[in-house]
Design a protein around this ligand. Structure first.
Ligand code: 26Q
Length: 816
């Protein structure tokens, strides 16, 4: 180490106990006998941290020496999940720590439960960023994850009378042992004001930005350990502060109240994560957040991470900026501004550099989810950036005119500036114009991105477009979440699979071995037991041990079709209460939902209410007791996912074809030995191809069939009229049976299904029921089922985020 040796406690139980007590006494300032669980948790976390510190410093020093290209992963969200378990795993200290705690008279499980997970993301996109930085550290790829240190992450969900109520997520309130503030590395970020045109020494006209307010960005560093490889990368999250100059000026004028207000104003920028993950409105604070973290990050890299004398003409050799969706796209004009206004480059040279630094990942197919910012708002907040965007667009449209002479319709279609319904900047277009590469997140999605979302661009630049199918980290989602399965796998094929997930293939022959199947079933049974114990304590739920565990966990969205799952439940229940089906003929099932709705998404909240109402009724009805139960534990998050997924038998991936970009939960379930019932959508397509048709329950329309039906005119009410099972199901819902006779409260969902059904749940309903009948038949034979489940595990190694990272490296980060 450049700055001398770092004392690392010995990785023995004695060494650990000593380090732990030192942290408790001298770090936390309490005696063991007086300490609370929180004191103990904080001391344990700081102890684990010490074991990572030497590797972190060493990795940093090594990265500064080696003049390698670094990935700056720019993401407004990182849904990290709890850190303690992951870091114990990465350091291989879990057994030592457990024994050390036992010797200190402490139950380590209680300390693990004490940690509030950093929920700095909404769902798939934020969790993907966390998986990617994990894989990059494990693969020893130089990467800095840049993002926002929200003081409040995704809201905590509770149910009051079956309706979602949001509570603030004050994840920092009991202390945050995993972060390192670096006030000495604060940077200034400017906003507002106007631009002026001046002439420089060479007689060239240059624009100058005169902003009218500033904030400070304070970086907090988080360790991102690789898996037992001595590598620790850095996640750098920015927190907004008021500048002292700002404060002082107002303080000196004597207006203390105003001084406090301006402080509050500045700190609001990183105060809270926006909980919308589609159809976001163009809120000014959200744009402030985006520019804030992007400006801090680029400044940090260019002025503090690169060597002081670095020749910026060679920037693309040292930096690739991966844009996680459009949220950080303002980085493009920001880099242009740095190069042109601050570093004195001429426009063309700056543009050439910029184009070679950026790559853009798109995560959506919903047109309403494509981000746009009104020119009015952008010009007020970032006037210089708007100018730069205009010039980028002018030169780009000239290129379009040259490629397609006389095609003004095309020029208007492709413009980065939309004219209707108001003048606005299309962020995905800006990213596509500036990015060297554009990728979708699953094969089908990347194809639809080319054909439907950005067809003009893929025609102009076919080589720009590529696919990188998402992945998930096997460390957190198999090794940490499913210790029992991991032990079985390691006992069977050795331990290399954790960092080389394709080796799970070696399990294939064991699918035929009755003993292995029995051991595999026992793993599921143990995981279910663990889950049900947790749900009893956490949610007061009492669930039957034997039933098939059928799980649908993801954000609540109409396109994901939680209502289709609900219709299935109601139809099973209706069958029994109407006498059509004997209760003994139902395959015992427990259905578990987990889902947060964006607070302003009314329909999603009505659906949550309805699921809860159906759950209450079904669970209380003796006619289906032991045969059908429905659970909706509140506040689904990474921590709960780690308990739920390993216990699941059936994974519900039932979005309308062509709507789910990829899905990543689908991968986690398959890797943990659940079978998928799913549509031909997102990464389901690739899961089915890999695990085999026989080991996947496919149903529903394909994307082209969806298009055709929409073209013909879709009338859901006709389906209701024609299908007696569907009619009976909807009639029972509409009757108020689940809502104490109240028909009015169910009307929003029922009427929407009958008269809109934008996501065609009714059209896929018969196929879904038929597929669920196949599920029941397969489940009836435990050997059939476990054989299928084992093959899912064995053939899902492709979905490791390590593989995703290799694909990014090959197709995007080194392909220039
Ligand atoms: C944008 C502007 C303003 C406010 C909020 C937002 C915003 C925030 C989050 C927009 C979108 C998101 C999140 C999107 C997301 O999670 N998409 C999912 O990404 C996964 C990873 O690629 C995919 O697997 C899922 O299919 C996709 O839905």
């Amino acid at each position: 180490l450049a700055s001398g040796p770092v004392v690392q406690p010995a990785p023995t139980v004695d060494g650990f106990v000593e380090a732990f007590l030192a942290e408790l006494n001298y770090g936390q300032g309490v005696l063991l006998s007086q300490s609370t669980v929180n004191d103990q948790y904080l001391a344990l976390a700081r102890t684990v941290r010490r074991y990572l510190m030497a590797d972190w410093l060493e990795t940093g020093a090594r990265r500064r020496q080696a003049q390698q290209k670094t990935v700056a992963y720019l993401s407004a969200e990182y849904l990290l999940g709890r850190q303690l378990g992951n870091n114990l795993l990465a350091t291989n200290l879990q057994d030592v720590a457990e024994e050390a705690m036992r010797r200190s008279g402490i139950d380590i499980a209680a300390l693990r439960s004490q940690e509030v997970e950093p929920g700095l993301g909404n769902g798939g996109l934020g969790r993907l960023a966390a998986c990617f930085v994990d894989s990059l550290a494990t693969m020893d790829v130089p990467c800095i994850g840049y993002g926002i240190r929200y003081e409040y992450g995704i809201f905590r969900q509770t149910f009051v009378e079956d309706r979602q109520v949001e509570l603030p997520d004050s994840w920092l309130s009991l202390g945050s042992p995993w972060e390192f503030p670096h006030p000495e590395r604060q940077v200034i970020v400017s906003f507002g004001g106007h631009t002026e045109t001046t002439t420089d020494d060479a007689g060239v006209e240059r624009s100058r930005w005169i902003p009218d307010w500033n904030v400070l960005g304070m970086p907090y560093h988080y360790m991102v350990p690789g898996f037992r490889n001595g590598v620790v990368n850095t996640l750098r999250l920015w927190s907004a502060r008021a500048t002292h100059a700002f404060d002082l000026q107002i303080f000196n004028s004597g207006d203390y109240a105003q001084a406090v207000r301006s402080q509050t104003f500045a700190e609001n920028i990183s105060k809270v994560l926006y909980p919308e993950d589609s159809t976001p409105q163009g809120k000014e604070l959200r744009l402030q957040q985006q520019y804030f973290f992007v400006a801090c990050s680029l400044h940090d890299f260019i002025d503090n991470t690169l060597p002081a004398d670095y020749d910026l003409r060679r920037l693309p050799e040292r930096l690739v900026v991966q844009l996680n969706d459009t949220h950080p796209v303002i980085a493009i004009p920001e880099l242009m501004r740095i190069l042109v206004d601050r570093k004195g480059f001429d426009w063309d040279e700056a543009w050439d550099i910029t184009k070679r630094c950026f790559a853009y990942t798109c995560h959506t197919l919903l047109p309403e989810a494509l981000e746009v910012w009104s020119v009015d708002l952008l010009g007020r907040l970032l006037p210089r950036h708007l100018e730069i965007i205009y010039r980028i667009n002018e030169e780009f449209l000239d290129e379009v005119r040259e490629a397609f002479p006389g095609d003004e319709m095309r020029v208007r279609r492709m413009s980065v500036i939309a004219e209707h319904p108001e003048r606005s900047v299309r962020m995905a277009y800006l990213a596509t114009v500036a990015g060297a590469k554009v990728n979708g997140v699953a094969e089908l999605h990347s194809q639809l991105l080319r054909d439907k979302v950005l067809p003009d661009f893929s025609q102009l630049w076919p080589e720009k477009f590529t696919n990188v199918t998402n992945g998930v980290t096997p460390r957190r989602f198999v090794l940490l979440a499913n210790r029992r399965l991991s032990d079985l796998v390691t006992d069977t094929i050795g331990e290399g699979w954790v960092t080389d997930l394709d080796r799970l293939r070696e399990l294939e022959p064991h699918a035929e071995d009755p003993e292995f199947r029995a051991a595999f079933r026992q793993v599921k049974a143990d995981n279910k037991e663990r889950l049900y114990k947790l749900l009893r304590v956490r949610d007061g739920l009492d669930l039957p041990r034997e039933a098939m565990l059928d799980v649908m966990v993801k954000r609540l969205h109409e396109y994901k079709r939680q209502t289709l799952k609900l219709l299935h439940i109601v139809s099973l229940y209706e069958g029994v209460v109407s006498g059509r089906v004997a209760p003994e003929d139902l395959t015992p099932r427990t259905v578990v939902f987990g889902a947060k709705a964006a607070p302003g998404y009314h329909m999603a909240k009505e659906i949550i209410f309805l699921i809860n109402a159906v759950a209450d009724t079904v669970n209380a009805d003796p006619r289906v007791a032991g045969r059908l139960s429905v659970a909706f534990p509140a506040n689904y998050n990474v921590t709960l996912a780690e308990k739920l997924i390993p216990a699941a038998d059936l994974s519900e991936q039932i979005s309308l074809a062509g709507k789910e970009a990829s899905g990543t939960g689908n991968m986690k379930f398959a890797l943990n030995g659940a079978l998928t019932i799913g549509t031909d959508d997102g990464a389901n397509v690739e899961i089915r191809r890999l695990v085999g048709d026989d080991n996947f329950f496919l149903f529903g329309m394909t994307e082209p069939e969806v298009e055709t039906l929409r073209g013909e005119g879709y009338v859901p009410a006709d389906l209701y009229e024609q299908d007696p099972v569907l009619r009976a199901t909807i009639d029972l819902l509409a009757s108020g049976h689940f809502t104490g006779g109240d028909r009015q409260v169910v009307a929003p969902v029922v009427d929407n299904l009958l008269h809109q059904d934008a996501f065609m749940a009714l059209a896929d309903f018969p196929a879904y029921l038929e597929a669920q009948a196949r599920v029941d038949a397969a489940y009836a034979d435990p050997d059939t089922w476990s054989r299928m489940a084992i093959l899912n595990v064995a053939r899902s190694g492709f979905f490791s985020s390590d593989r995703s990272m290799r694909d990014y490296l090959e197709r995007i980060w080194t392909a220039r």
